[in-house]
Write a protein that binds this ligand. Structure first.
Ligand SMILES: *[C@@H]1O[C@H](CO)[C@@H](O)[C@H](O)[C@H]1NC(C)=O
Ligand SMILES: *[C@@H]1O[C@H](CO)[C@@H](O)[C@H](O)[C@H]1NC(C)=O
Length: 238
């Protein structure tokens, strides 16, 4: 009974609004009856004010409509956020200028070292320094941005005759910590060399360099075979 009554009230209320008919006391009576109803209403949240004074369509679905509107709004906001994140990532990638350097020792006939402390080697012949990360006077690469970087160095020394002691050690340093090294200590070889490559995660401003360890020396690099190079493989945010 109640279900039918409320549905009828809704319908009449709607008709009243649509036709703008002066219904007088019969509508007042319906309104009174509707307000007097107790118990569960068929749509769960029927709103008399809505039905009689505002849009007829809001009668039973207003709540659902508002919820839908709300969730659509939040979904759109989420999409908008995702889109603007994507946009800034694309800007970062397309605006990404390469970082790469390649430096080698200026050919020398004599030796560098031995020193009393570990000394960073400055590779004076710069053939590439995109992004200006490498400082040739200090021999230090400073990361212009955070990222995964690849570094290589080659060490070579020639002491001339087999009887002379070939005695070197160089080490690749990241912020004062050794990450790779190469060494030689013998009297059988007169010359030797090696190359190392490492991948490092660097934050902005991290410093990478090659040191000649105290007490050791590098000799007679006639062709600039001692070299140091590095490049940004891909950037990381932060
Ligand atoms: C620097 O290296 C390049 C390429 O290896 C070479 O052609 C040039 O002569 C070198 N310059 C010096 C000053 O050693
Ligand atoms: C120099 O390097 C050597 C070899 O890695 C290390 O044992 C020594 O502690 C270093 N010296 C300084 C002052 O860092």
């Amino acid at each position: 009974m109640k279900i039918v009554a409320v549905a009828t009230i809704c319908l009449l209320g709607a008709l009243n609004l649509f036709s703008d008919v002066e219904a007088g006391t019969s509508i007042d009576l319906l309104k009174h009856t509707a307000l007097g109803l107790t118990g569960t209403l068929p749509c769960g949240h029927w709103d008399c004010n809505c039905a009689f004074n505002e849009q007829p369509g809001c009668c039973c679905v207003a709540d659902d409509m508002f919820k839908l509107e709300g969730s659509t709004f939040w979904r759109l906001m989420g999409l908008w956020n995702d889109l603007s994140n994507l946009n800034s990532q694309i800007t970062e990638l397309t605006g990404f200028s390469g970082i790469a350097f390649n430096a080698r020792m200026i050919p020398m006939g004599g030796c560098i070292g031995p020193f009393t402390s570990n000394v960073s080697i400055s590779y004076g012949n710069i053939t590439l320094n995109q992004g200006s990360g490498y400082n040739p006077s200090l021999g230090i690469f400073t990361a212009p941005r955070a990222g995964i970087y690849s570094f290589s160095y080659s060490v070579y020394s020639n002491v001339g005759a087999a009887d002379n002691r070939l005695y070197f050690k160089v080490q690749l340093m990241k912020n004062g910590v050794e990450v790779a090294s190469s060494w030689e200590d013998n009297r059988e070889d007169s010359e030797d060399g090696s190359t190392q490559t490492v991948l490092l995660t660097l934050s902005f401003g991290s410093q990478v360099y090659v040191e000649l360890v105290s007490g050791r020396q590098l000799c007679s690099d006639a062709y600039g075979q001692n070299s140091f190079s590095g490049y940004l493989v891909y950037p990381l945010s932060g």
